[in-house]
Design a protein around this ligand. Structure first.
Ligand code: FPP
Length: 254
């Protein structure tokens, strides 16, 4: 089934309670490769197929925004060959998948410190965003060279500049100004965070935006993550009661 004609099939999940925005920390590529006595980059390469599968499946389930953590601010510290192979893989995957994503009405957006990326990747990113800008299906957001702290410092800088220019008063700054200045400004906060690979931490991903997200940790290594594992996460989400700091009584569910 293509992404375009698959938006509403939420059958096995009880229909209604589908997260509008799912964020995923794709972890475990290195261990997947190690288990097979392969180099780490073989694990990253094996991680591309589940990206394609989960993009299609998330759209099929009615998710509107999918944000994938592909490369963190801290990942620059990895061995040079691994970083360089990963960057090459991003270029290659974009080149190969862009037409199909576009055909399926997917809108692509990248977040992160773009100025740190190689020119050839930046150019591909800009072209992909421009080509898919008018699409109205799933919004796929890829975080590359992204860190939650980098994002917040960046937002603080932007607001400080507005204050310095006299466009905003410091005591007028509220949560909405701050969240608008973040990389995901204008995008609803993730409802569900999935982390694969068995670790139970957020690792400097969307620190502000995940404030009320439901957290789902899977032991499955990313290259093995598929539709069934995604549906397990969706079922977990559907079973959660989101109170945003209110009591059950206030929400009329006691
Ligand atoms: C974390 O696993 C994974 C990454 C740092 C890279 C993620 C990249 C992909 C899944 C490739 C495809 C992505 C796109 C967007 C086309 P790890 O290396 O930390 O694994 P480990 O914890 O087992 O060492």
């Amino acid at each position: 089934m293509s992404v375009a004609d698959a938006q509403t099939s939420t059958d096995s999940l009880g229909g209604g309670n589908v997260p509008e925005h799912v964020a995923i920390i794709m972890d475990g590529n290195g261990r997947w490769a190690k288990d097979r006595s392969k180099p780490r980059h073989a694990g990253h390469r094996a991680g591309v197929a589940p990206v394609r599968k989960i993009v299609e499946h998330a759209a099929r389930r009615g998710v509107s925004y999918l944000t994938l953590f592909a490369f963190s601010s801290e990942n620059w510290q990895r061995p040079r060959v691994e970083v360089s192979k990963l960057m090459g893989l991003f270029v290659e995957a974009l080149q190969r998948e862009l037409n199909s994503l576009h055909r399926n009405n997917v809108k692509l957006k990248f977040i992160g410190a773009r100025e740190r990326l190689q020119n050839r990747l930046c150019k591909k990113i800009e072209a992909a965003e421009a080509k898919t800008e008018g699409n109205s299906g799933l919004t796929l957001i890829v975080a590359v060279a992204y860190g939650g702290r980098w994002d917040m410092v960046n937002a603080a800088r932007q607001l400080a500049e507005c204050v310095a220019k006299g466009d905003l008063k410091a005591d007028e700054i509220g949560e909405s100004h701050f969240s608008q200045a973040l990389a995901l400004g204008g995008v609803p906060d993730p409802d569900l965070l999935i982390r694969t690979g068995g670790e139970r931490r957020i690792s400097n991903f969307l620190l502000w935006n995940l404030a009320y997200a439901e957290l789902y940790f899977s032991d499955c290594l990313w290259p093995d993550f598929g539709e069934d594992e995604f549906d397990d996460a969706m079922a977990f989400y559907a079973s959660r009661q989101r109170r945003y700091g209110n009591t059950e009584k206030q929400l009329g569910i006691a």
